[in-house]
Design a protein around this ligand. Structure first.
Ligand code: MG
Length: 156
């Protein structure tokens, strides 16, 4: 068994869609990035890569590569899972925490969980999604950015 951790932060700005775990969330501001800037899928990708000892998301999907521009981040997760399966790893469970002052995520947490489980091809019981505000402190608390932490367990 192996464990992996992932973290990601993206800045919030007007005129961008807000995607968290592949779910489009209605909000006047979205996350800025080279791809679709989905912090949840980026953190999960990094956790998977870390568990398998495969470096980080920047090594595998560099933002200097034009094919990654505005790319659906679910591709990063699926491609990473494919690489893990090649090495006979399978995913046991995923737990994530999303840090967002706004929008409030209580109403969409279940949607994010369901969609993340679908992308990962896992039972809902093996995927957990938690959400925290920044308690008004720092960049998250000022609603300048959204972060996500992910932890995964893989087995062989
Ligand atoms: Mg990112």
């Amino acid at each position: 068994m192996r464990i992996g951790i992932g973290h990601d932060t993206h800045r919030l700005a007007e005129g961008r869609p807000l995607l968290l775990g592949g779910v489009r969330i209605p909000h006047p501001r979205g996350l800025v990035g080279h791809s679709d800037a989905d912090v949840v899928l980026h953190a999960v990708t990094d956790a998977l890569l870390g568990a398998a000892g495969l470096g980080d998301i920047g090594d595998s999907f560099p933002d200097t590569d034009p094919t990654n521009r505005d790319r659906d981040s679910a591709d990063f997760v699926r491609e990473t899972l494919r690489r893990l399966r090649e090495k006979a790893w399978h995913l046991v469970n995923v737990d994530i925490i999303i840090f967002a002052q706004e929008p409030k995520l209580g109403a969409v947490k279940a949607d994010i969980r369901r969609n993340l489980a679908r992308i990962l091809g896992m039972d809902l019981s093996a995927v957990n999604v938690k959400a925290k505000t920044g308690e008004g402190v720092g960049a998250i608390g000022r609603a300048e950015a959204i972060s996500c932490q992910a932890v995964v367990l893989i087995d062989q």
